[in-house]
Design a protein around this ligand. Structure first.
Ligand SMILES: [Zn+2]
Ligand SMILES: [Zn+2]
Length: 1017
């Protein structure tokens, strides 16, 4: 069915029409966060894409013009890594040998290799997005826009180069930004060797502790807290006082206690002499005062290697120590570290520890488990490493970022000041540059004198250099040089060879997707900012952040007004889905088994999307059974009876028929549902909206249709008009959720538009259709029926057996409500009469007994007299008295005693001959006695049931008229004669005969035989 609907959409060009039709309406903007198409899409992509679809569809039906431009994120390390793997490359030098042009050409192919897979899936799940005019971050016009942004930021004095300690991946050969450190899986628990190292000095042996022994080769200083107490032990070790016992045991002997400030300026013997103290500066290999030293772990003396830690680097700056870095970009030591030159630093860890031990410089070494960051792409442990990088000074606009965040509506709301707000509060400068190949080139040119020129467009570059570039990527842009334009400087400017963080690309999409400002400025301005974006929750540090940062840097406002965050897709036992665990559910398996609507419906309604999902084929199948099948069956029922009664596609209008209470109830509930759905979709809550529709479809199916079968059978135009209106309206309500089934139902029941997606979203009808009082009455009546049916099943009485009466506990408005709908209640419960009582007590007889546990100890041998006295009380009055908190008086051997609530056991004996069902203040009792006449009527219904089965077995059409012959137990035949007219009417029997049917196998009714013969006439 869904494939046919897709075909119809294509034929009639519905997506385009749906937008065209709303041209000129108010705009409602949506931005597609660009996925990377270098792999096939998974089920979690379906989750994001259906949430990107539902609200734009809804807004379109509400009259908004909602443009939906698709996009593709094309640059970055993931693509480079895939190509490196493919070409068997191990390091950056391999790429340069291979040729950057060939390498990048391959990256371009690979990143676009799965676009067809993506487009096919996008189409199949009904995500309406314009992939034909999708933006691509690799297009020259896109890159130009990004250049413009960077130039603008540079002109605001917020783009700069700085030597800084950065998390650095030696394999990828590039630094990572702080939001890349926020990617899942970056921090992993690992065990590293930790070392307590002895550094002899004139004052005693300083003991420092480190978890990165590889940094000891460039130890430059030791840091202490000048305010902290230190000790020198009898063995001449110097450590923080608070840590001495932990390090040397309770019996440690202290020779001397002093403040850290006493140690400042002390020279010591370094752990290695690869680099002499003088190279660091005047204070090389001395003790320095610092503000980051604690006595929580280690020794209270901190080994400092200027190039390998943020604190170390700051301390070096404050004390004029040179940031000497003996580690090459590939993560190996350079020539200065002679013994270890060429060795990867992590591999060197154990060797360095052994070296220290052999020279008596190691106090001890122990394995240390800690959470350590790894490269999110290649899983190599990161190094903290000082290197020059380009930054955007986002920390300078922190207040503006926080202010912009205040204007955003977050779903769920707690993200705003929680996860996202906290992230903004801790803002650090954006590490922008990457020493890589496949990315937007950093548009910064520099001359040997250090003058900078930031280029903002290809035209500007051409004007400066005379070179017109078709492709602004590396290596072509690397070759473009021009003369420095600073007065008096005629040096040649060459490009800083870095590319930029891909997150800056995707954060620039509001303007870069139109090529603005070089082109498409009008379109950009018309669509900025977006009303709605939606991505996974972990994008708080990714796209949500880069979108906010870029637009705040350039326009001082957020680029989006509303954002919906999506949780994780876990397997059914709550495990993350991964290839290695083999628990991945492929989207095409789901689509081929259940279809796109089921997939969508599951995501929209099974959970709040930000809570995440425990996803399995079974869970999805359940969603199908519970809702889709019920809807489809109700629709199927209408079609069946409409065909049988030759009702044309357009049923009568509601104003042309005489509506019953039940019809008006169904329409009133529909109206209430429309209001609920609209309110929730307006608030971006698809879950509550979808569940309201499901509840209505359940009411329609399990109450309205079930209660109205007879009327449909009879071709009642009011019932038909009501169900027709309800189903077409439900189709419109469902259109944004399950666009396929909605369109199919609409097409068959109405079809006045080319698609349901061109219709207006239903509005609450004129107030005349809403009848709150009727809805409340029906709710009470349905509750009464529920209790009555429960009493029936307790008494094990078949529903087809009529009973004399049901007694209902109800007073006031509830009683009026049930009386108003008495026919419905009687019919549902299959009783001839409804009676009312106002107190539940009237449905039974109160019994009271003495409580031996309390009265026994009190009366002892007199207990029999107490029991006799209790038996003499009026049970109902005594129970009411103690329930009210008063005492009941009894006479025991001439003395009066008072009994309280604890002394009497009160119970309720059901009224003889009734089955009672209670819940809260509601109760219903069924009169159980079945006399001859009820018995006969019950049998008549059983006979009808058996004849219907025979009709079905004979494959008769529901409208076929039959000739009926019955044979069997005399009791049954007599009941049939008594109710012959009823039976004939129900089974469309126009001939009715009683005759022996010797060859027919009997059916059993209450252990009696009945033989049935049906013939079509
Ligand atoms: Zn890496
Ligand atoms: Zn210059």
């Amino acid at each position: 069915m869904e494939e046919d609907v897709l075909e119809r959409w294509r034929e009639r060009d519905i997506f385009k029409q749906s937008i065209e039709r709303r041209r000129g309406g108010p705009r409602w903007g949506f931005y597609e966060g660009p996925p990377t198409a270098n792999g096939a899409p998974g089920s979690h992509h379906v989750l994001a894409r259906v949430f990107k679809d539902i609200f734009p569809r809804y807004r379109t039906m509400c009259g908004y013009e909602v443009e939906r431009k698709g996009g593709w994120d094309c640059h970055g390390l993931p693509v480079e890594l895939a190509v490196e793997r493919e070409l068997g490359m191990k390091q950056k030098a391999d790429i340069e040998r291979y040729g950057i042009d060939r390498f990048n050409a391959r990256c371009r192919e690979v990143v676009l290799s799965h676009i067809d897979d993506w487009t096919r899936l996008t189409d199949r799940i009904g995500f309406w997005v314009d992939t034909e005019h999708a933006y691509r971050t690799l297009d020259p016009s896109y890159i130009e826009s990004v250049w413009w942004a960077l130039k603008t930021i540079y002109e605001k004095d917020l783009l700069f180069e700085r030597l800084k300690v950065v998390p650095y991946c030696p394999r990828c050969g590039t630094a990572l930004s702080s939001h890349e450190l926020g990617q899942p899986g970056v921090y992993q628990d690992v065990i590293d060797p930790s070392a307590y190292v002895i550094l002899p000095s004139a004052r005693g042996k300083l003991v420092v502790w480190t978890t990165t022994p590889w940094t000891l080769v460039s130890n430059a200083a030791v840091a202490v807290d000048p305010e902290l107490s230190y000790v020198r032990t009898a063995d001449d070790f110097i450590v923080a006082e608070a840590l001495a016992e932990k390090l040397f045991g309770a019996e440690v002997q202290v020779a001397e206690t002093f403040l850290g400030s006493d140690l400042v300026g002390l020279s010591y013997e370094p752990p290695f002499d690869f680099i002499p103290a003088s190279e660091y500066g005047e204070k090389g290999h001395t003790v320095l005062a610092a503000d980051f030293v604690t006595a929580e772990d280690g020794t209270g003396l901190v080994h400092t290697a200027i190039a390998f830690g943020e604190d170390d680097f700051r301390l070096g700056e404050a004390n004029d120590l040179a940031p000497i870095n003996p580690v090459l970009p590939d993560g190996t030591y350079d020539k200065r570290i002679a013994a270890y030159a060429g060795l990867g630093v992590k591999e060197a860890d154990p060797k360095i520890v052994e070296d220290l031990r052999s020279r008596g410089k190691l106090l001890k070494s122990e394995p240390y488990e800690h959470s350590y960051p790894h490269c999110w792409r290649c899983n190599t442990p990161l190094l903290y490493y000082a290197k020059p990088s380009w930054y955007i000074a986002t920390s300078q606009i922190k207040d503006r970022l926080l202010a912009a965040n205040e204007t955003i509506n977050w779903q769920p709301p707690h993200v705003k000041h929680g996860r996202f707000g906290n992230w903004l509060e801790g803002n650090v400068d954006w590490a922008l540059s990457r020493e890589r190949y496949w990315g937007t080139p950093l548009p910064v040119w520099r001359c040997p004198a250090g003058h900078l020129h930031v280029i903002g467009s290809l035209a500007e570059l051409e004007a400066a250099s005379g070179v017109a570039l078709d492709d602004p990527h590396r290596p072509f842009v690397d070759d473009v040089t021009f003369e420095c334009q600073v007065d008096g400087c005629d040096e040649l400017m060459t490009r800083v060879p870095d590319v930029i963080d891909v997150w800056f690309d995707s954060g620039s999409m509001p303007f870069a997707s139109y090529g603005a400002p070089q082109s498409g400025l009008v379109e950009f301005e018309a669509h900025f900012p977006a009303d709605y974006i939606c991505e996974a929750l972990d994008q708080t540090r990714g796209w949500f952040y880069s979108m906010l940062a870029v637009s705040t840097l350039l326009f001082d406002q957020s680029s989006y007004r509303n954002v919906v965050c999506l949780g994780l897709l876990l397997d059914e036992s709550g495990q993350k889905m991964s290839k290695s665990k083999g628990n991945i559910i492929e989207p095409w398996d789901v689509l081929n088994t259940y279809g796109a609507d089921a997939f969508r419906w599951y995501f929209f309604t099974s959970k709040y999307p930000w809570d995440g999902y425990r996803f399995s084929m079974e869970a999805l199948g359940e969603a199908v059974r519970q809702f889709m099948l019920q809807l489809w069956n109700t629709y199927g029922f209408y079609v069946l009876y409409a065909n049988a009664n030759e009702i044309s596609a357009q049923a009568l209008g509601l104003h042309e028929v005489e509506l019953t209470d039940l019809d008006r109830w169904a329409l009133s509930r529909l109206d209430a549902t429309i209001a609920t759905v609209r309110a929730n979709l307006d608030a971006l809550d698809a879950t509550a909206a979808g569940r309201a529709i499901a509840e209505y479809v359940d009411e329609l199916s399990n109450w309205y249709v079930r209660r109205s079968r007879r009327r449909f059978w009879d071709g009642d135009p009011a019932a038909s008009a009501t169900l027709h209106h309800a189903l077409t309206t439900v189709a419109k309500l469902l259109a944004p959720f399950t666009p396929f089934i909605a369109d199919e139902i609409y097409e068959n029941l109405d079809g006045s538009e080319a698609s349901v997606h061109l219709c207006d979203f239903p509005n609450s009808n004129p107030p005349a259709l809403r009848d709150v009082e009727l809805e409340e009455s029906m709710a009470v009546a349905r509750e009464t029926v529920r209790l009555g049916l429960s009493a029936r099943s307790q008494a094990k009485l078949k529903l087809r057996q009529p009973l004399h009466a049901a007694v209902v506990v109800a007073a006031g408005a509830e009683r009026e409500a049930i009386e108003r709908l008495a026919d419905v209640v009687r019919d549902e419960l299959n009783v001839r009469e409804l009676r009312f009582v106002s107190e539940a007590d009237e449905l039974g007889e109160v019994e009271i007994k003495p409580n031996y546990r309390t009265l026994g100890p009190r009366f002892g041998k007199q207990m029999p007299m107490v029991a006799a006295a209790v038996a003499g009380l009026d049970p109902a009055r005594a129970a009411a008295t103690v329930r009210a908190g008063d005492k009941v008086k009894i006479d025991v051997g001439g003395n009066e005693h008072a009994l309280g609530a604890d002394d009497l056991l009160v119970s309720m004996k059901p009224l003889a001959g009734y089955q009672v069902e209670r819940e809260g203040s509601h109760a219903v009792a069924l009169e159980l006695e079945i006399d001859e006449s009820l018995r006969a009527e019950g049998w008549a219904r059983e006979i009808v049931h058996a004849i219907q089965a025979a009709r079905r077995d004979a494959d008769f059409d529901i409208s076929d008229r039959i000739a009926l012959t019955l044979d069997g137990a005399p009791e049954l035949l007599s009941a049939a004669r008594e109710h012959q007219e009823y039976i004939a009417g129900e089974t469309l029997a126009i001939e009715f005969d009683y005759a022996p049917l010797p060859g027919v196998a009997p059916v059993r009714i209450d252990d009696l035989d009945l033989r049935i013969e049906v013939r079509r006439v």
